[in-house]
Design a protein. Structure first.
Length: 394
């Protein structure tokens, strides 16, 4: 029996031991390069240990068994920016295998996660107390952002080293979004969570809202596919995603991009200012009109929070993303401050915690960030130091 337990937890190690496990980076010789090298080494070791790679270090068996597709794509992009195409290819090969060997025989989509070190498997664990195999509904589902980020990583590699398997896999993943995540209006819905079966049983929930971040990643993936194939359908899909962001999600009154829509796919969710949305708009479209608003998400420790609702701690992934965008728009001092803040949280392993405090709440009640070591902030830190914009393929 499959049990779905929707988990939107992001994270890294107990705060009490953070101080004991820091790398002396901010003031150390080599500065960002030393911290970047340590982060890259952490990713390399993760690839050597398991592929698909483990996303979070935690005792939670439902999370520790999962290799999240979005973070794996980021890790591959970061390794490519370091010139380590060999390790990047191992991550990407696992993505291809995950689609081709799908447990439920769906060979046309990217899952949100796969089992660590078992490309065809879906994450989960046997619970002795319950006598059941437990899985997470989000992990086994398919998301627009995960699909688009995976395609971006595959296509970035393909652009440098042509690989038909990577191109075909990227096309399949994006085609699934084109076929299943459109509602007749501009933009793309978020995908689904849960289990779809080849028989009559269907234990899945379609996600009918549209997220601005999803559509920015989708625009980037479709732009790259249009360049790789010359097919108009990808240019049209890019235009749809960008029209949604520019015309439906931009608030001229306070110069910010909304986080997305409500379940109807039309009505804006306007109550929160989201760091990543403002940053991704700059990275994808070169539109920095929302960047001033990330200062409202500035955390007490000098990094950037998930949103403006809870700023008692930083999300390290968002902080690195912000640093990359801030450097691009000439805000060098703010970018340096963000990177220095991150270096002060880096662990002796080279990893960064997902959050700078043990439990960081957000304005979304189901979203909590924890201080578990993670590959995501490592990847964004490397990209930020290298000045590599993954949404532009350079």
């Amino acid at each position: 029996m499959r049990i779905g337990k929707t988990v939107k937890i992001l994270a890294v190690v107990l705060a009490a031991i953070l101080v004991l496990a820091l790398i002396p980076a901010a003031g150390a010789e080599g500065g960002h390069e030393q911290a970047k090298a340590a982060a890259a080494e952490y990713l390399k070791k993760a690839v050597a240990k398991n592929c698909p790679i483990q996303t979070y270090e935690t005792d939670d068996p439902l999370i520790s068994t999962a290799s999240y597709t979005y973070e794996s794509a980021l890790a591959a992009l970061a390794l490519m920016s370091e010139g380590d195409d060999e390790d990047a290819a191992k991550i990407l090969d696992a993505m291809v295998a995950g689609m081709q060997l799908d447990d439920e025989n769906f060979q046309d989509r990217f899952r949100n996660a796969h089992m660590v070190n078992e490309a065809k498997g879906l994450p989960g664990y046997w619970n002795n107390d319950m006598g059941q195999w437990l899985q997470d509904a989000y992990q086994v589902g398919t998301g627009t952002k995960s699909s688009a980020a995976a395609a971006v990583a595959l296509l970035t590699y393909h652009a440098a080293h042509p690989n038909d398997d990577y191109l075909t896999t990227a096309e399949k993943g994006i085609q699934w979004v084109l076929d299943n995540c459109q509602d007749g209006n501009p933009g793309f819905t978020a995908g689904y969570t849960g289990w779809k079966y080849t028989g009559n049983e269907d234990d899945a929930t379609d996600l009918t809202y549209k997220a601005t971040s999803d559509n920015l990643w989708m625009a980037a993936a479709c732009r790259m596919l249009a360049e790789a194939t010359g097919f108009d359908k990808y240019s049209e899909a890019e235009a749809s995603a960008l029209k949604f962001v520019k015309e439906n999600m931009y608030s001229s009154g306070d110069s910010r991009f909304f986080q997305g829509t409500k379940e109807d796919g039309v009505t804006p969710s306007a109550n929160l200012i989201m760091t990543d949305v403002q940053v991704l708009a700059e990275l994808c479209m070169g539109d920095d009109s929302g960047m001033d608003n990330i200062e409202k998400c500035l955390a007490a420790d000098g990094g950037y929070a998930y949103d403006n609702a809870f700023t008692d701690g930083s999300v390290l992934e968002n902080t690195a993303m912000a640093a990359l965008a801030l450097n691009r728009i000439g805000e060098k001092e703010k970018a340096e401050a963000a990177l220095a803040m991150m270096e002060g949280t880096q662990l002796s392993s080279g990893a960064f915690p997902q959050a700078s405090i043990p439990e960081l709440k957000t304005g979304e009640k189901d979203t909590v960030f924890r201080d578990w070591p993670s590959v995501g902030p490592c990847a964004w830190f490397i990209l930020a130091v290298n000045g590599t914009n993954p949404l532009q393929g350079k």
